[in-house]
Design a protein around this ligand. Structure first.
Ligand code: DAH
Length: 348
């Protein structure tokens, strides 16, 4: 064969080999094509053997064609190998995939009950005003719930409280506290003025359940005792808590009232947040919603706990937390706050 024939042969083998490499559909098929076109028994090997038969001057040309053909095939084979390996890896990832999903359930994250949320917000507001949070027992003695608060035995205001008594000790001496006011007495017994505390908690009354009353509900009590405390301090404090919770546009209103443990006493209300004071169903067209009671601590209460009424004055206030929650979220019946029905609670 002439040198030109050998060069042509090398080139045609390279073309054929290129096609075989491109057509190899697996790593095995590629190895096979490499063996056929680059291995010992490949047609290129025959061309190499045939070099000896051409005249020496032309051998270099055939040699160059041969190495170009080899280099091309090696490069193509390497490229094809990379492709096939990637494809095999992807296939084994799919084939060997394990489903490690646990249970397949939707674990919903819980949140605070709306009453707890407002309870904590109230604490935050008063802590911000310099108050401390105090606690008292839910099962209480008559002394703390009534007597020390200037409700003498047989006082008509006791009947108004619809007390639930506990069969323990002397008759009618142990009860479920009807308000958070007994915590005032406990705090003043335990601590000398200056006193600035709030006491949130559960209270109990013999009430029939309706849209706004439940036999168990929550109140928050406030007590400030110091030298020179005035009614003005009380009004300002209530107003700032109302502003902190509802914003500056909401106003507080005070009307004279009566409680045995405060003198003077008042009831306080705030602008109805639904109609902004113009009158609606929520506020019975008055533009105001009642929040609770307040007043200047009665000197008889100071006497009962041994605080000098000549030196100290103080104010106290108390109001329902559930009522506030109903107002804030537009809850039409208190029972929703007690049912624990997740369809209701999920809305908050
Ligand atoms: N304890 C009263 C009640 O449950 C509310 C109250 C009124 C609390 C006047 C006070 C107060 O501290 O000064 O109806």
């Amino acid at each position: 064969m002439s040198a030109a024939d050998l060069v042509a042969r090398a080139e045609s083998v390279a073309r054929e080999g290129a096609e075989a490499i491109a057509a190899a559909g697996s790593l095995d098929a590629l190895a096979d094509a490499e063996r056929r076109y680059l291995g010992r028994s490949s047609p290129l090997h025959e061309v190499r053997e045939a070099i000896k038969t051409v005249e020496p001057a032309a051998r270099a040309e055939v040699g160059r064609a041969l190495s170009a053909a080899r280099a091309r095939l090696e490069e193509l084979a390497a490229g094809r190998r990379t492709e096939l390996e990637a494809r095999a890896r992807a296939a084994s990832l799919v084939a060997e995939r394990l489903d490690l999903t646990v249970g397949g359930r939707d674990y919903r994250r819980g949140h605070l009950h709306p009453v707890t949320r407002i309870w904590r917000e109230l604490e935050d507001v008063f802590v911000g005003l310099g108050y401390r949070v105090a606690e008292g027992p839910e099962v209480e003695l008559d002394w703390y719930n009534f007597e020390a608060l200037n409700f003498p035995p047989g006082h008509p205001a006791r009947a108004m409280q619809d007390t639930l008594y506990v069969r323990l000790g002397e008759p009618e001496q142990v009860l479920l506290r009807t308000h958070t006011s007994p915590v005032q007495v406990r705090v003043m017994e335990a601590q000398r003025p200056p006193i600035y505390v709030v006491a949130p908690g559960r209270v109990f009354r013999r009430d029939t359940l309706d849209a706004r009353h439940s036999p168990v509900f929550h109140q928050i009590e406030g007590l400030a005792v110091d030298e020179g405390i005035t009614l003005g301090d009380l009004l300002g404090t209530i107003e700032s808590f109302v502003h902190a919770l509802f914003g500056r546009d909401v106003r507080a209103r005070f009307l004279p009232s009566f409680f045995p443990f405060t003198e003077p006493s008042c009831e306080f209300a705030m602008t109805c947040v639904f109609c902004e004071g113009s009158g609606c169903a929520v506020c019975s067209r008055t533009g105001w919603v009642e929040l609770g009671g307040a007043g200047m601590v009665d000197p008889n209460v100071f006497e009962a706990v041994g605080v000098d009424p000549e030196r100290y004055t103080g104010f106290a206030f108390g109001f329902g937390i559930d009522r506030l929650v109903q107002l804030l979220y537009g809850v039409d019946h208190v029972k929703h706050l007690w049912d624990g029905d997740v369809r209701f609670l999920r809305q908050f």
